[in-house]
Design a protein around this ligand. Sequence first.
Ligand code: ATR
Length: 278
Amino acid sequence: MTSFPLKAAVMGWPISHSLSPRLHGFWLRQYGIDGRYDALPVEPQNLQSALRALPAQGLRGVNLTVPLKELALSVIDTADDTARRIGAVNLVTVEPDGRLHGRNTDAYGFTQNLLHGGYKPDSTAFVLGAGGAARAVIVALADMGFTDIRIANRTVDRAEKLARDFSTPAGSITPVAWHDAADALGGVDLLVNTTSLGMKGQPELAFPLDALPATAAVTDIVYNPLETALLRAARRRGHQTIDGLGMLLHQARPSFAAFFGQDPAVTPQLRDYILADK
Ligand code: ATR
């Protein structure tokens, strides 16, 4: 009997910077799986036809990245609750009947990164930023049991929209003006940067931590550089810090499991391998 390699891919526009092929390629080799994981450039106007072609092309599914994640929700047949709440899909699987099912694993990746980093979830979180990444982080925080989530964003309207979208009777989401952010850190257990500030090529995030309780942990979704100015300042003040690379690595695990049938491990070797390419 001839066996065919299991096939999956990542779609985005542009796609050349995606680390996903390197990440999934590492695991395919590690687990000795006969599989392929390619990078496919797909313009937004071609997303529908590209996704509908997956069954005929024999792909088990795809990951989606910028700028396709939000658009995909209107193309797929079914989506899980997390993807609907976040409003974005980063994993599409081809079901046995050929239908396309969407999931979002970013919240999972964020949570797993914190837990593997030794963080114990608490009640009060402060989120910097209100873009797409913030939506996944807020869903993750709410599902971890945080009941007081404060969001500061340069454009305060976007923080207000998130507060409207995600407030529940069990948990309050409070928008905070960007220039008031440093004064609203009282009682915070976890500070999260979801903005692009601090990323290589972007301005640094200059954020005074003086009012942050000593027991608070600090995490950044930026992973290039691994230690952002925010994390460095937090470490010097003695806070527990968790870098953002683990979110990237852990969000890929459910995708690899769906495509190739193996829940892969995030190991120091994998971290080193991904960092060597940056
Ligand atoms: P993503 O999907 O990665 O979250 P995004 O939706 O473009 O990307 O959001 C980027 C985030 O970084 C936003 O919160 C943005 O603030 P605005 O909503 O005000 O644009 C924030 N950001 C980017 N550059 C910034 C800067 N120079 N100062 C403050 N915030 C910035």
